[in-house]
Design a protein around this ligand. Structure first.
Ligand code: SAH
Length: 347
């Protein structure tokens, strides 16, 4: 009989499971806390669970193993970038960042990515598989244990497209929310998508209060198609219509990400066009001077043009900030550590 991944069970499922193996239901809460709050890596760490039950669990179930194989720490701001190996020897990345509002972890949702955005390193090694909900949550548990510091915010902005792994991502948000587990409120969770339109409508109906970020990066379909293949499937108009519906249903503000690329999308005209697109929406724009990747074709917009872009949007009444660059002395752009890992095992 195959062992089950016990971290995939939601609280009610764990209760049913514990009863099904002839044990009292209340043990489920104790076990859930060990798994989803403390993040134990073996059943023997569960000190208030009898040895008989621990042995039973060991025979029938397993705890997924997320192993930190590299941690790069920024000397400038304490940002830590982790390369994490999964049970099947594939690897993902998570980034720990310190902000004034608390520690934030940027998590991966897939091993690799299918989306093919031209400026992004995550996509260069192709797509291997979806992450399980327990592997998404596991990144927080693993890093929290390693750093011994509480993580209070989570951003789904690591490797992968969250809405291309919809069910597992939604399940992971519910696991992370659970008060017997990490207990991180949905308002402290942001999910970023390149814009898989039907899934935005679906997410709006889930009754999850997380913040949605849209990776827009261009103001015309023509330009967006050049840098983001997903634009061939959904137009900016379709995307923004879905966003408006999301705001209407959830009453939550949407954040638009815009990576500023030198000479591509960073002109004054682009800023005006962006302001026109977002007029009347409860939105916030996050400008990211593009992070240059190895062998990439794109260059970062100049500081001057970034500032001008921001001022133009702000003067049009669109609340705009420039993302503070963290960990600039480490391989902070997602996908670069994994790329190195793949190159090293293929040597
Ligand atoms: N697939 C999701 C989430 C992962 S990427 C998405 O597309 O939103 C998280 C954010 O980082 C996205 O806005 C993405 O476009 C951006 N990004 C990726 N590579 C980047 C780079 N080299 N420089 C700046 N931003 C980048």
């Amino acid at each position: 009989m195959d062992k089950i991944n016990i971290n995939e069970l939601a609280m009610e499922e764990l209760e049913k499971y514990i009863e099904s193996i002839g044990e009292k239901k209340f043990h489920a809460r104790q076990i859930f806390k060990w798994l989803h709050r403390i993040g134990v890596t073996s059943f023997d760490e569960m000190s208030d669970i009898s040895k008989t039950l621990r042995d039973k669990l060991k025979d029938m179930a397993y705890i997924p193993n997320l192993e930190i194989i590299e941690c790069q720490k920024s000397k400038k701001d304490g940002t830590m970038k982790f390369l994490i190996k999964l049970d099947d020897n594939t690897a993902i990345e998570s980034v720990f960042m310190r902000y004034h509002h608390g520690n934030t972890l940027c998590v991966s949702t897939q091993v690799g990515c299918k989306m093919g955005c031209k400026f992004c390193a995550s996509t260069k090694e192709g797509f291997e598989r979806h992450l399980l909900a327990s592997e998404i949550e596991g990144q927080i548990l693993t890093v929290q244990r390693y750093t011994n510091e509480r993580i209070s915010n989570v951003v789904y902005m690591g490797i992968g497209e969250p809405l291309d792994n919809y069910e597992n991502v939604v399940k992971s948000i519910r696991l992370i929310n659970n008060p017997y587990g990490l207990g991180i409120g949905a308002r402290h969770i942001s999910l970023s998508t390149c814009g898989i339109v039907p899934m935005i409508y679906k997410l709006a109906e889930e009754n999850i209060q997380c913040t949605l970020s849209i990776s827009l990066h261009a103001t015309t379909d023509e330009k967006r198609k050049e840098i983001m293949p997903i634009a061939n499937k959904y137009s900016i108009e379709e995307l923004l219509t879905a966003c408006k519906e999301y705001i209407k249903i959830t009453k939550r503000r949407i954040s638009f990400e815009y990576a500023l690329i030198y000479g591509e999308n960073d002109s004054y005209e682009d800023a005006i066009a962006l302001a026109k697109l977002l007029r009347g929406m409860i939105a916030h724009v996050n400008l990211i001077p593009v992070n240059e990747i190895k062998n990439g074709q794109y260059k970062k917009a100049t500081e001057k043009s970034v500032e001008k872009f921001m001022n133009t949007l702000n003067s049009c009444g669109i609340v705009t900030t420039v993302r503070r660059e963290l960990g600039s002395d480490i391989d902070a752009a997602c996908g670069q550590l994994r790329k190195k890992y793949i190159e090293s095992i293929n040597k």
